[in-house]
Design a protein around this ligand. Structure first.
Ligand code: ATP
Ligand code: MG
Length: 262
């Protein structure tokens, strides 16, 4: 079997006259952290929306573990092992942190809503196992102290981590992170980087990471894919990308003085 978990080939998606993704091909290595970078509007989030079946490709293919994702519904893609976070945080705002993480675990559990309602022994056991697993995930990500707080009242950085915890609760093989460090300062970003590496190691997950904090990308990604105007501009190791004249010209050059983001 190929050591690429995700294989994107000639992927194109148009919106009216805009080629948001334009003939893009790249791989994400199994158990690795692959960076997906590029200027605003390059098409990065659209790639995530295509992988997760929010949009259908205009043409091209996406394979996960050798299986074509074509024609799958978003819920089927999640069941195939793909889970994501969003550029604009999306949580169950009125639920606690714990409930946010338990919800996807219980959704996969075998007991139906009726046994859960009547609190049958097997439903109670599933609930206590889900609670235990949710705590283990929150502990790994460093948010267990906030377990009983309502999501909308949490500080922004904890909400970002909660989104990752909830995504991990779906037991994905591929985790898509869309700007998880947006709005974070350098120290918070470094700490988030350590969390992402720990998540990769402890949950055996392959990660595709969109970020404008270039230092984070360079620190934790083994391989980087650079997009510009929907197409592949370059791909390679952090050192190759750092030195690539096209990338420096199109993207990194503008960021050198400003450090990280936009
Ligand atoms: N649903 C849509 N309808 C029309 N145009 C869209 C749609 N989704 C994305 N686009 C367009 O596709 C292009 C790529 O957008 P996308 O959000 O994928 O960029 P991005 O690389 O994630 O940018 P950013 O770094 O700002 O988040 C943009 O021109 C955007 O306006
Ligand atoms: Mg985006």
């Amino acid at each position: 079997m190929s050591d690429a978990l995700l294989e994107v080939r000639d992927l194109t998606r148009t919106f009216g006259g805009i080629r948001a993704v334009d003939g893009l091909s790249f791989d994400a290595a199994r158990d690795g952290i692959t960076g997906l970078i590029g200027p605003n509007g390059a098409g990065k989030t659209t790639v995530f929306n295509l992988i997760t079946a929010v949009y259908k490709p205009t043409s091209g293919s996406i394979r996960l573990g050798g299986h074509d994702l074509a024609g799958k519904r978003p819920d089927e893609v999640v069941r195939s092992g793909v889970s994501r976070t969003f550029q604009n945080i999306r949580l169950f705002n009125r639920m606690t942190c714990l409930q946010n993480v338990m919800t996807p675990i219980l959704a996969r559990a075998s007991c139906g809503p009726v046994s859960s309602l009547f609190g049958t022994p097997s439903a109670r056991r599933e609930e206590s196992e889900a609670r235990e697993r949710a705590f283990a995930i929150m502990k790994n990500i460093g948010i267990e102290d906030s377990a009983h707080r309502i999501a909308s009242t949490l500080p922004y950085g904890i909400q970002r981590k909660l989104e990752i915890a909830r995504a991990i609760a779906c037991s994905p093989s591929l985790l898509l992170l869309d700007e998880p460090a947006a709005g974070m300062n350098d120290a918070e970003t470094r700490e988030l980087g350590e969390t992402i590496v720990r998540v990769r190691n402890d949950f055996d997950v392959t990660i595709l990471l969109i970020e404008h904090h270039i230092s984070l990308i360079m620190d934790i990604c083994a391989h980087i894919v650079v997009m510009e105007r929907g197409a592949l501009l370059a791909s390679g190791s952090p050192d190759e990308i750092r030195e690539d004249p096209l990338v420096v010209e199109a993207y990194l050059g503008r960021r050198r003085s400003g450090g990280s983001a936009r």
